[in-house]
Ligand binder design. Structure first.
Ligand SMILES: O=C(O)CCC(=O)C(=O)O
Ligand SMILES: [Fe+2]
Length: 306
């Protein structure tokens, strides 16, 4: 019998797990319970994991699957090829709803995010359940989305630089972020390889719907994103140092709440390698530009019949 307690945080997404000290040496049954909770709740939270350091965070993440490198283009934290250092004092601002790394054909299965430094107030993170969002759409809209595909890219939206708090740093970050261009066509609705659930795959890297004019495409993306991010589909987490959040990147979008001004805020992210998404029609995502094999060892697409 395991000693884990799993308590939902919001009605449709998120659960807090207590009774476990995270690390690389958890028993198999505990890992299985954590995985099951991740599939059920889409994002899981652990408080009080101050004992974790870079190495043990990576060791824990590895229990969930093979790891990616830190990022396709952004260099890893010095000394650990698996850690993406999200240090907001460096001007990074990922403040739009997104699913991680969808510009490649193999977005991560999960992200493991650990709070290193937390501002005295603000800097919460929000997650939205993209399965619940899909399920709560009218059938007519679901049928339409089932047939659409969208192009995702890491090409930077340069209009954002001019309005950034720190245009210099943002320009430099944009240069690194888009130093190799990736472009992938994904189904707008993917079939989750483990649960068979349908989920919406869109977010900030999705730039256009394939086959539609610019304006129609932008309207559809806006309409779907408005549905995904409805507050009923979301959970909000107030970080404390030592907190860990793990999300199913195949079933969620997320964003930071950038309300902490110049206060320091720093998190470390490790990502578990994911497979190539598959649409309702069984068609996998296709690469239009860029080779992500060095970033992530894609596992073969094995959709559950839905
Ligand atoms: O800083 C955050 O709260 C979220 C950052 C983010 O998008 C990520 O870790 O993937
Ligand atoms: Fe992210």
């Amino acid at each position: 019998m395991s000693s884990l307690t799993i308590a939902p945080v919001a009605g449709r997404v998120g659960a807090q797990i207590s009774g476990v000290r995270l690390g690389g040496d958890l028993p198999e049954d505990v890992v299985a319970e954590i995985r099951a909770a991740l599939l059920a709740h889409k994002v899981i939270f652990f408080r009080g994991q101050e004992h974790l350091d870079e190495q043990s965070q990576v060791a824990f993440a590895r229990l969930l699957g093979e790891l990616t490198t830190a990022h396709p283009t952004v260099p890893a934290l010095d000394g650990n090829t698996h850690i993406l250092d999200l240090d907001y004092s460096h001007g990074q601002k990922v403040d739009r709803w997104h699913t991680d790394v969808t510009f490649v054909d193999r977005p991560p299965l999960a992200s493991v995010l650990r709070a290193v430094e937390v501002p005295p107030a603000g800097g919460d993170t929000l997650w939205a359940n993209t399965v619940a969002a899909y399920q709560n759409l009218p059938a007519e809209l679901r049928d339409l989305l089932d047939r659409l595909r969208a192009v995702h890219t890491n090409e930077y939206d340069y209009a954002r630089i001019a309005t950034a708090d720190n245009p210099e740093r943002t320009r430099e970050y944009a240069r690194v972020f888009a130093s190799t261009l990736y472009e992938t066509e994904h189904p707008v609705v993917r079939v989750h390889p483990e649960t068979g659930e349908r989920s919406i795959l869109l977010g900030d890297f999705a730039k256009r719907v394939a086959g539609l004019s610019g304006e129609t495409s932008a309207s559809i993306i806006r309409l779907v994103q408005d549905q995904v991010t409805q507050v009923e589909n979301t959970v909000r987490w107030r970080w404390a140092p030592g907190d860990v959040a793990v999300w199913d990147n195949r079933a969620t979008q997320h964003r930071v709440v950038h309300d902490f001004g110049d206060q320091p805020r720093r998190l470390h992210r490790v990502t578990v390698a994911g497979d190539i998404p598959v649409g309702v029609d069984g068609r996998p995502s296709t690469v239009l530009r860029g080779d992500a094999t060095a970033y992530s060892p894609a596992t073969p697409a094995t959709p559950v019949a839905a």
